[in-house]
Design a protein around this ligand. Structure first.
Ligand SMILES: Cc1cc2nc3c(=O)[nH]c(=O)nc-3n(C[C@H](O)[C@H](O)[C@H](O)COP(=O)(O)OP(=O)(O)OC[C@H]3O[C@@H](n4cnc5c(N)ncnc54)[C@H](O)[C@@H]3O)c2cc1C
Length: 359
């Protein structure tokens, strides 16, 4: 786990005030596995290289294809939790049988990910921080995160432009090198770029950096339930995908305990409780967060909140950052604050018009 700041300019790690915690996903996966084995010794069996290929909802049996041509194995289940990501096979089966309807929407941005041994311009402490370099014309960013192996994972992405269609510069090694030198001189502090980075960024497949999944329900009957991206993937703008996935797991476990293990009650309760929040998380993730307009809005609301806390609550974006309140409440606060800003602007225009008429 790395506690560190987010920077948008030269000294990307300057704000080391612990305002943001980032977790490397490999480490998170390891930690969850280890903790599971410690908490429930002998009760958890991990089977890797098994791909879900079919579900029999009546017989409560799942079929998995083993990699390496070792055939298909069938496993019975009492509760099947589909945590198999944005292209979930479990959700696909639920849709096929008619338990749910699903809509997915990709954003236009593209992303290429490369690992480098080190960042030639890095300073002491960078290996503990998550870094963000944002540029506005073209709108492109590099995110850098240290890996447990002591390397850096660099994700270069466009937010609104289609990587292949709109940005010709990325089609050749020389183009990529030129754009990095011109737009991100602070990443490498004018030193040589790591070997192979430009080539890798040209050759690497572009992935969509966001797919939103709107699933009509998260459960099927009394034995199958979806969590995480399988149920409610969101665009990455607000950084809530993994957060909401972990929260869904906590809430599902709580509801199963609360209903004394009666899945016929706990699973529908999960959909009912969770759907409004994950819909709100999707709505906030659709908005562009890293834009001057957005930052202006937050700065204005922060100032108003400090000056008149009884009239202006803490900005919704701050509540999200602090993890205070549900997604639905935070989204409602966002909408209310939009209305407050509109009322202020309308009031100011009204006063200005009144003053003009009086002159
Ligand atoms: C560019 C980008 C930036 C992001 N930034 C953030 C961020 O800042 N903060 C944040 O909270 N989230 C972020 N996310 C989102 C986050 O990565 C996901 O929300 C999170 O990984 C979801 O976890 P999951 O366990 O539901 O799915 P996944 O992590 O996708 O795991 C699904 C697993 O299921 C396996 N699987 C798939 N199909 C099958 C099958 N048929 N059978 C068996 N296994 C299968 C996969 O191999 C995988 O191991 C970002 C995502 C992207 C793309």
């Amino acid at each position: 786990m790395h506690r560190g700041g987010v920077g948008q300019s030269e000294r990307a790690n300057a704000r080391d005030d612990g305002r943001l915690t980032t977790v490397n996903r490999d480490r998170l996966g390891d930690a969850l596995q280890r903790q599971g084995a410690e908490m429930f010794p002998g009760l958890i069996e991990y089977n890797f290289q098994h791909k879900l290929v079919g579900l029999d909802f009546e017989a409560k049996e799942a079929s998995f294809e083993q990699t390496g041509g070792q055939g298909v194995v069938k496993r019975p289940y009492e509760l099947l939790v589909g945590a198999d990501g944005v292209w979930s096979g479990v959700r696909g089966e639920m849709e096929r049988v008619g338990f749910v309807t699903v809509r997915q929407k990709r954003n236009t941005g593209g992303l290429k990910v490369m690992e480098v041994a080190d960042l030639p311009g890095s300073e002491e402490g960078w290996e503990r921080c998550w870094h963000l370099w944002l540029r506005h014309s073209p709108r492109i960013a590099i995110m850098g995160s240290p890996t447990p192996e002591g390397r850096y994972r660099l994700a270069m992405g466009t937010w609104y432009d289609d990587w292949c269609g709109d940005l010709d510069q990325f089609k050749t090694e020389a183009g990529v090198e030129a754009i990095i030198r011109e737009k991100f001189p602070d990443v490498f502090e004018g030193r040589e770029m790591p070997d192979g980075l430009a080539r890798g960024l040209v050759e690497e497949e572009v992935s969509h950096n966001g797919v939103e999944t709107d699933c009509s329900a998260f459960h099927a009957g009394d034995a199958v339930v979806l969590v995480g991206d399988a149920a409610h993937s969101v665009w990455p703008n607000a950084g809530q995908g993994c957060n909401s996935a972990l929260e869904s797991c906590r809430i599902l476990a709580g509801l199963i305990a609360e209903h004394g293990g009666q899945l016929a009650k706990a699973l529908p309760a999960f959909t009912a409780m969770r759907k409004p929040d994950t819909d709100a998380a999707a709505a906030m993730s659709r908005r562009a967060w890293l834009t001057p307009q957005h930052m202006l809005r937050v700065t204005l609301l922060n100032g108003l909140h400090r000056a008149l806390p009884f009239v202006f609550g803490m900005p919704a974006e701050e509540l999200l950052r602090l993890g205070e309140g549900s997604y639905a409440k935070i989204e409602a606060r966002h909408r209310w604050q939009n209305r407050q800003i509109l009322m202020m602007v309308a009031g100011a225009l009204g006063l200005a018009a009144f003053a003009l008429v009086r002159r």
